[in-house]
Ligand binder design. Structure first.
Ligand SMILES: [Zn+2]
Length: 305
């Protein structure tokens, strides 16, 4: 009896310790591109930090994964999902920016070459540990297997570099600082697909916490001019060109409202009260809008100082 109880206790302990991660929602874009869509909530005990969208690009002999999740475990979870779609080895990992939800799962792909912007590499190398602390705080869990792994191949700001991996043409597009100082979008010209990182998010408030509003709007204008049928956003459901145009207009209108308000001598809270935010209110994480407006305000002020 005692032994049985011991076994039962062990089973309960093991099962509560190994709560499965939320499933990866696989969305096939074409025969060689898949979106691996993650949950949309911020890190919590239930999602264990899984909140990011990833992309799987399958070449003739090798495959590429874009963005690896917030922890080593999420990286493995994404790897398993990728391996259920293709038996081609994952030879390259691309990180769209330095935020932990996009890069802390890199350790799950030890044999892959890691690609990012040069600025992203610097952040991961020097500040990556902060992202791990953040996800541990938000989930109340510890992730001893997780550690930041910076890229070994990088691209400079304001460059577009065409690569062919496994026969798939892809452009490493590093725009002027937008969502972060070191964003990288992956554009697949033959497929007209863009993996946007958090420059393009759908259904959630874009985060300006580390962002640069004016150049973000410029980047969106450039994305709008690019032949694109499908965008895999950093968070939220897939987008089409209409979605890109809508986001561009919202961001541009917000920037202009803050810019005009500042020029009229209003404070950021006065601008917040005066601006029509009804389109933004429809989005998840609306509470981040106060911080976003404040951030734009400070950037406008800095520019005009
Ligand atoms: Zn993100």
């Amino acid at each position: 009896m005692k032994r049985l109880l011991g076994v039962l206790l062990l089973m309960v302990t093991v099962s509560s310790w190994a709560t499965p991660l939320p499933e990866v929602k696989v969305s096939k874009i074409n025969d060689r591109i898949y979106a691996l869509l993650g949950p949309e909530e911020l890190p919590n005990k239930h999602n264990q930090g899984y909140m990011v969208n990833s992309a799987l690009i399958i070449g003739d002999k090798e495959a590429v994964i874009v963005d690896t999740g917030f922890t080593h475990q999420i990286g493995l979870h994404l790897r398993k999902a990728a391996e259920s779609i293709t038996d081609k080895p994952i030879t390259h990992v691309i990180n769209t920016h330095h935020h932990g939800d996009h890069m802390l799962g890199n350790t799950a792909f030890p044999e892959a070459e890691i690609i990012s912007s040069e600025k992203c590499r610097e952040w991961v190398a020097t500040r990556g540990q902060e992202a791990l602390t953040l996800v541990e705080q938000m989930t109340g869990m510890t992730f001893p297997d997780t550690r930041p792994v910076p890229a070994t191949r990088t691209y400079q700001t304001l460059t577009k570099t065409e690569l062919t991996i496994g026969g798939v043409k892809m452009v490493m597009w590093v725009p002027k600082a937008s969502h972060t100082v070191g964003d990288l979008m992956v554009y697949l010209p033959d497929d007209q697909v863009l993996v946007g990182g958090d420059i393009l998010v759908n259904g959630v408030i874009p985060s300006l916490h580390d962002g640069f509003a004016e150049s973000w709007v410029e980047t969106l204008a450039e994305v709008e001019k690019t032949p694109i049928k499908t965008v895999i956003p950093g968070h939220g459901p897939l987008m089409n060109k209409e979605g890109v145009i809508h986001l561009h207009h919202m961001m541009a209108a917000l920037y202009d409202a803050v810019d005009e308000g500042w020029k009229e001598g209003l404070t950021d809270s006065e601008i917040r009260t005066k601006t029509d935010l009804s389109e933004w209110e429809k989005l998840k994480r609306y509470d981040e809008m106060g911080g976003n407006i404040n951030r734009i305000y400070m950037q406008v002020e800095e520019k005009n100082f």
